[in-house]
Design a protein around this ligand. Structure first.
Ligand SMILES: Cc1cc2nc3c(=O)[nH]c(=O)nc-3n(C[C@H](O)[C@H](O)[C@H](O)COP(=O)(O)OP(=O)(O)OC[C@H]3O[C@@H](n4cnc5c(N)ncnc54)[C@H](O)[C@@H]3O)c2cc1C
Length: 446
């Protein structure tokens, strides 16, 4: 049973009595209302695409609508101009980050006994979609994504002592973490990664490299996957990898930022390390968990796909909102361009594609929260949402004509950010491989 509720100020409050009678709970109670509302007496229709952060999405639960409303209040303080400036100047969005931390949102999915709110992926997806949809896109979502979800392997597999040590500072926003999995030589072939960690007394000595590690410039901690038993000494390749949550020691780790196409408010980096002494107590799960790291990382993957899909949806809806507004106002050949079907119909298609992706995203989130462990819906959600978002951003540019290519209408930034959701954390091709093999039963080609 979940116990958090959302105060009318937009603050997420945890720790209410589990046994409090339902009728005494506050009006915006999340705990009591995770199920879809009973049939409405009035017909609840989807808001117009031009509305700013619409609340009345017909299939959402009351708790999801409450999250939407509360997060919308916060993100409305950070307009598109804020994000354009932070993207152009490569500035981390500390103001939003601190605002969300101060209002209790960073621990939305983490256990209550460590200060979190123990809500589900269904609610976290709403939170991240709403941040993204405000025009913050991945710049906003990625600034908190790791706090929201990255430490799920620790919450699930960490010892009590580790959770007490690591989760509260993360939830309170005092510590930031980055996620170190991808490597330059092995890419998506994670099981072949080459970074090693060798046990020596009370330490592991780590050596290797990582690439595309987001937020390493501002993080104090890293969740690091490294091989502790050589590949030729394990019975299967998924064994022998270990997960560490440790200080990102800048004396031992060389961190170099990668200039990139977009999402530039949040840094992405190459890491090189040699003779990096990691305390053995920082092995997630304790001493007996050496070699179990891949299993721990896998645990969080479906949820992460749902969250990234929700972030992509946010970009798509933001793009569609700007495109529809512009199409309604811009007059060429004597009429608003939205009158012309060459402009209107592609936008109508974008709405239908985004909405169908949204239904799969929130279905996958609900299934995850109810304990479903298969990956087909989470993968499909990530694929459909990122493709729909990319298409909506591209159509938004075309709708704006020359102004779509200018920075002041923001849609070129949306397109750059929508591109990222197609690549990370898993590419469209690997999702199709998964569906081809796992759903259709076709042979593996690699
Ligand atoms: C901005 C950004 C931020 C990121 N942040 C992080 C982070 O914080 N932490 C982290 O660990 N990683 C991070 N990543 C890494 C990201 O998860 C990877 O880029 C992504 O998983 C793809 O891996 P790769 O770039 O090595 O591609 P590669 O593995 O080199 O693949 C290249 C291309 O080949 C295709 N391909 C490869 N194998 C197959 C196959 N068998 N069948 C069909 N196609 C195939 C891929 O789909 C892709 O199109 C980030 C990436 C970016 C761009």
């Amino acid at each position: 049973m979940r116990r958090s509720f959302i105060h009318s100020t937009g603050t997420l409050v945890s720790g209410l009595s589990r046994h409090r009678p339902r009728s005494f709970l506050p009006a915006l109670n999340v705990a009591a209302s995770r199920h879809v509302s009973p049939p409405q007496t009035r017909r609840l229709i989807h808001s117009r695409a031009t509305d700013f952060l619409p609340i009345n999405l017909p299939d959402w639960t009351d708790s999801q609508r409450s999250v939407r409303e509360a997060i919308a209040k916060i993100v409305s303080k950070y307009p598109d101009e804020y994000w354009m400036d932070h993207d152009t100047e490569h500035k981390f969005p500390w103001e939003l980050y601190k605002d969300l931390a101060a209002n209790g949102w960073l621990g939305i999915c983490l256990p209550e006994e460590f200060g979190g709110s123990a809500l589900g992926i269904s609610e976290a997806a709403v939170m991240l979609q709403t941040i993204s949809e405000s025009g913050a896109c991945m710049n906003g979502a990625s600034s908190v994504h790791m706090n929201i979800f990255g430490l799920e392997p620790v919450a699930k597999f960490g010892t009590t002592e580790q959770k007490e040590r690591w989760l509260p500072p993360l939830i309170q926003g005092q510590e930031r973490a980055c996620f170190g999995v991808t490597e330059p030589n092995t890419g998506l072939d994670t099981l072949k990664l080459q970074s090693t960690a060798r046990r020596e007394g009370d330490y592991y000595i780590a050596k290797g490299s990582k690439i595309f590690i987001s937020t390493a410039q501002v993080a104090q901690k890293i969740l690091l996957l490294a091989r502790t038993t050589p590949l030729d000494k394990v019975d299967k390749p998924s064994r022998g990898l270990s997960l560490f949550y440790t200080d990102l020691n800048r004396d031992a780790v060389k961190i170099t930022e990668i200039p990139k196409m977009g999402r530039s408010a949040v840094d992405t980096n190459v890491l090189f390390f040699e003779d990096w002494k990691i305390p053995a107590e920082d092995l997630v799960g304790g001493f007996n968990a050496e070699g179990d790291g891949f299993k721990m990382i896998l645990h969080g993957m479906n949820a992460e796909r749902v969250l990234v899909a929700a972030e992509a949806l946010g970009i798509g809806f933001a793009a569609l909102r700007r495109a529809s507004q512009y199409a309604g106002e811009r007059v060429v050949f004597g009429k608003p361009i939205g009158t012309y079907q060459g402009i209107q119909h592609p936008l109508a298609e974008c709405w239908m594609q985004l909405e169908s992706a949204r239904l799969v995203v929130y279905l996958a989130g609900r299934m995850y929260d109810e304990g479903y462990t298969g990956g087909e819906y989470a993968n499909a959600a990530k694929f459909l949402a990122s493709e729909a978002a990319f298409k909506a951003a591209e159509r938004a540019i075309m709708t704006h004509g020359g102004m779509g290519y200018a920075k002041e209408y923001h849609v070129e930034r949306y397109l750059r950010e929508a591109t990222l959701s197609r690549i990370a954390p898993v590419s469209a091709e690997m999702i199709k491989n998964y569906v081809g093999q796992q759903v259709l039963g076709l042979p593996k080609s690699y």
